[in-house]
Design a protein. Structure first.
Length: 142
């Protein structure tokens, strides 16, 4: 079989083979999903220890819980082989990606506010090179 050749031959039932392949991949990624989930929950616990991080700790905690649920669905595929567990796994991964997109958008907004704050309020005669560079970049914007 070449690199670009499909692993599914024309004589096989393609739908069954695709589902079996997806189930195998899901079973293989179950430990990784659970590991990442625990790391995100640990990060949330560390964030919750600080006053500033307390309101933000819900995001990695929620992401960790959703990924752990996805890992459980993936692990259940090995014992049951139920295609419904695969659908539930995909649903959990979709929720995780939506939450991650929300977190990324929030982070980019905070970065933009921070850059704006640095360029507007920390520039003066004695400002450092970074502040001067940020001022020059900000002057390029209309």
């Amino acid at each position: 079989m070449t690199m670009f050749q499909s692993p599914f031959s024309a004589g096989q039932e393609v739908n069954t083979r695709v589902i079996k392949t997806l189930q195998q991949q899901a079973v293989q990624m179950a430990p990784w999903l659970k590991t990442l989930a625990f790391l995100l929950m640990f990060l949330a616990a560390l964030l919750a220890l600080s006053i500033v991080g307390l309101p933000l700790s819900w995001l990695p905690l929620t992401m960790g819980i959703v990924l752990y649920q996805a890992g459980l669905r993936a692990a259940s595929l090995q014992s049951t082989g139920d295609p419904l567990a695969l659908v539930q796994l995909m649903g959990r991964l979709k929720v995780y990606l939506v939450i991650a997109l929300f977190g990324l958008t929030f982070s980019l907004m905070m970065l933009a506010v921070g850059v704006w704050y640095l360029t507007r309020f920390s520039a003066g005669e004695g400002a450092g090179l970074l502040s001067q560079l940020l001022i020059r970049i900000a002057d390029l914007w209309p």
